[in-house]
Each structure stands twice: as structure tokens, then as C-alpha cells.
Design a protein around this ligand. Structure first.
Ligand SMILES: Nc1ncnc2c1ncn2[C@@H]1O[C@H](COP(=O)(O)OP(=O)(O)OP(=O)(O)O)[C@@H](O)[C@H]1O
Ligand SMILES: [Mg+2]
Length: 356
């Protein structure tokens, strides 16, 4: 019997709703972010009556709920009114002016001629639509540091000077991003700022408790377990806490246990990649990066492109692998001059790495 592929489970289940623990899940209640949600809504509100909105720049550490809150607000906005068109763009996935325009066109459900249109022709179509239907567009630029140029913001600022058409909501982990924007763009778009402070331990515990209630059978966990997970997490990231709860639950379930034990948490922590690994014990993803860099130094954007061709991973994941390799002393990097929002980095193998 093919035992390694056996999918039958032990019959005992700990997880009653796995989707609730997955990253795509949209919580129906966002605790501890009332003030931030209201602030975002208030910034957008003027757009509903065709007045100038407060363009907003949101920053804060990873896992502090920025993306989730924005998606929640977009959903509320769409339910409340159709007089604004919200467009959510993840800039790491859509780093060029054209790809952002394409996202807007997608939301507008505009048919485009088969012969491709030039970038400014597409932008003209967008303007035409917004002005004909008197519908301002709220562009949400999540992970805004992924944008390759600030040309997009420049074009939008220029268009708004003639007639208000766009509201901009930028999001990033990098607080200094705004100060790196061209001063003309900054003075024209006049962003206000909103910081998402990291959750406190108690706040994170209460978020995790709600998630556990929705996803696990009640006997499978207790507060001691949740607290252990919360305390294991750096920067009190809700993402990491929820992911660890999910992994620990899967592990316990696989072992046929009816309860997740503190040891399960210890075990999953020890299985996570750790900077302590001093042997060149590389994962296949890290090896892939090393292979790519064997041809010589490379800009981050080119490296991501090459990596994604071989292995479909998110840029965040690739950044994590790069960070691991840097911590192991195999890869080195430095910032170089560039015209983007953030200076690009170049990466190369150091001597230790080239022997791998
Ligand atoms: N207040 C909250 N209530 C419930 N769940 C939350 C809350 N804040 C965050 N989460 C959950 O934590 C996870 C991470 O949140 P999110 O992706 O919004 O973080 P982020 O600030 O955008 O992080 P990054 O900067 O890495 O993109 C999501 O799965 C989300 O559902
Ligand atoms: Mg996010």
C-alpha cells in the first residue's frame, strides 16, 4: 500500500473550518482597528460627494491588519454606494503604470480593442469613463514600494489638477516611502498619514481567540496555548500568529490527538527556517536563488522575474528567502541608484555562496 500518500485521516478532527485560518480569509469583525477604519472611511467620504478626498498613506509593520482593513472598507464602500469606483492594486504584482491601468480597466469592465492600446491611450479611456459617468476612482496601492516608477502618481496628480478624478490610498511597511516621492507629487497629492501600530499582546490574543473559536473544536485548545503562540511571534504579527495556530492544529490532528499541545507549538517553531542554521542546508527555493545568482549580480526586480518563471511564489516569499540567505552570509546586497520609489537593490553571491 502506498503509505506515504495515504490521505485517510485519524477520524479525530480538531479543525472544523480550515478556510478561517487561511490567509485569504476575510474576518467579518476587525477588532482593535475601529479608529483606523473610521479614519480611512472619513478620508474617502468627500469623494462620495465629488469633493477632494484626503489622500492617505498608511504604514505599519507586517501583519498589523493594513490590507485586511482596506479590503473591509472597500467592501463597505461598495455596499454603501456605487458613486465611487474602488480599485485595489497590489503593486508587487502590478508594478508598472500599465498594469495598474489594466486593473482599473478590469474593475470598470471596459471592453478594449484587440489591437493593444498605448499607455496614455488607456489612461485617456479611464479619464473618459470617470468623467462621463461622473464616477471618481479610488485607487488603493497596496505594497506601494513595489511600484517601479512614480510616473503613475505624477500622471494622476496632473489629471486631478484639471478635474478631480482620483483618490489615492497608498499602503506600505516602509514609513519613509512618502518622503522619497518627488516633491511635486507630494505637494500635489498632499497625503495624510495613518500608522497602524503593532497589536499589543492582549489585542493579538483576543484576535487569535476569535479565530480559534471560528476554526477549531472548543476542546482542542485553551488560552495557555494561544498565549504561547502570541508570545512566539515577532512584532505581534496577526498573520504569523494565525499561521502558527493553523500549523499546530494540523500537526496535532495528523497525530490523531484531540487537543493541540504546547509541544506542538515548540515543534512547528523548530521546523521553521531559522537563522541559526550554520550548515549550508538550503531549501530548494534558496538553491534556486543561488543558481540564478551564479550568473552574476542582479537587480531585485530581475531576480524576482527569473525566480517566478521557475517557481510560482509571491515576492514577499522571495524577499524572505533572500533575507535568509543574507543572514546565512551566502548572499550580499546593496542599494543602487534608480528612478523608482525605492532604490532598487542588487544581489550577488559572496565567496561562501559560490561554493555551494
Ligand atoms: N484586527 C484583526 N482582526 C482579525 N484578523 C486580523 C486583524 N488584523 C489582522 N488580521 C489577520 O491577520 C492577517 C494579516 O493581516 P494583513 O494581511 O491585513 O496585514 P498587513 O498589515 O497587510 O501585513 P503586510 O504589511 O505584511 O502586508 C490576515 O489574515 C488578517 O485576517
Ligand atoms: Mg498587506
Amino acid at each position: 500500500m502506498a503509505k506515504y500518500f495515504d490521505t485517510s485521516d485519524s477520524g479525530i478532527s480538531i479543525i472544523q473550518s480550515e478556510e478561517t485560518l487561511l490567509p485569504e480569509y476575510m474576518p467579518d469583525e476587525l477588532k482593535h482597528r475601529e479608529t483606523e477604519l473610521q479614519f480611512i472611511a472619513d478620508s474617502i467620504k468627500p469623494l462620495l460627494v465629488k469633493k477632494t478626498p484626503l489622500n492617505l498613506f498608511i504604514h505599519g509593520s507586517s501583519g498589523s491588519g493594513k490590507t485586511t482593513c482596506i479590503k473591509y472598507i472597500i467592501k463597505e464602500l461598495s455596499e454603501h454606494s456605487s458613486s465611487v469606483l474602488p480599485v485595489y492594486v497590489n503593486c508587487w504584482g502590478n508594478p508598472t503604470q500599465m498594469s495598474v491601468y489594466n486593473r482599473i480597466i478590469e474593475e470598470m469592465r471596459l471592453p478594449l480593442p484587440r489591437r493593444g492600446l498605448a499607455t496614455d491611450e488607456i489612461f485617456d479611456r479611464i479619464l473618459q469613463y470617470a468623467r462621463n459617468y461622473k464616477k471618481p476612482i479610488l485607487i488603493v496601492l497596496d505594497e506601494m514600494d513595489g511600484l517601479r516608477h512614480d510616473k503613475l502618481l505624477y500622471v494622476i496628480a496632473r489629471a486631478n489638477e484639471q478635474k478631480l478624478t482620483f483618490g489615492i490610498l497608498g499602503i506600505s511597511n516602509n514609513k519613509s516611502l512618502l518622503s522619497r516621492l518627488d516633491s511635486r507629487i507630494r505637494s500635489s497629492l498632499r497625503f495624510s498619514e495613518l500608522e497602524f501600530k503593532p497589536y499589543s499582546e492582549e489585542q493579538l490574543l483576543s484576535i487569535l481567540r476569535i479565530r480559534a473559536e471560528r476554526s477549531l473544536v472548543p476542546q482542542a485548545y485553551d488560552d495557555r496555548l494561544l498565549l504561547k503562540i502570541v508570545r512566539s511571534v515577532e512584532d505581534n504579527s496577526a498573520r504569523v500568529a494565525i499561521e502558527r495556530l493553523w500549523k499546530a492544529a494540523k500537526k496535532a490532528e495528523k497525530q490523531g490527538a484531540s487537543k493541540i499541545m504546547l509541544q506542538d507549538v515548540e515543534d512547528i517553531l523548530s521546523q521553521e527556517p531559522s537563522f541559526k542554521i550554520s550548515e549550508l542546508n538550503l531549501s530548494s527555493e534558496e538553491m534556486l536563488i543561488v543558481d540564478i545568482l551564479k550568473s552574476g549580480e542582479m537587480k531585485s526586480t530581475d531576480l524576482y522575474e527569473k525566480f517566478i518563471q521557475k517557481s510560482p511564489k509571491t515576492k514577499r516569499q522571495i524577499r524572505n528567502y533572500l533575507e535568509l540567505l543574507e543572514n546565512k552570509g551566502i548572499v550580499e546586497s546593496k542599494e543602487v541608484a534608480g528612478d523608482g520609489l525605492l532604490k532598487p537593490r542588487i544581489f550577488w553571491l559572496n565567496k561562501g555562496g559560490s561554493n555551494v
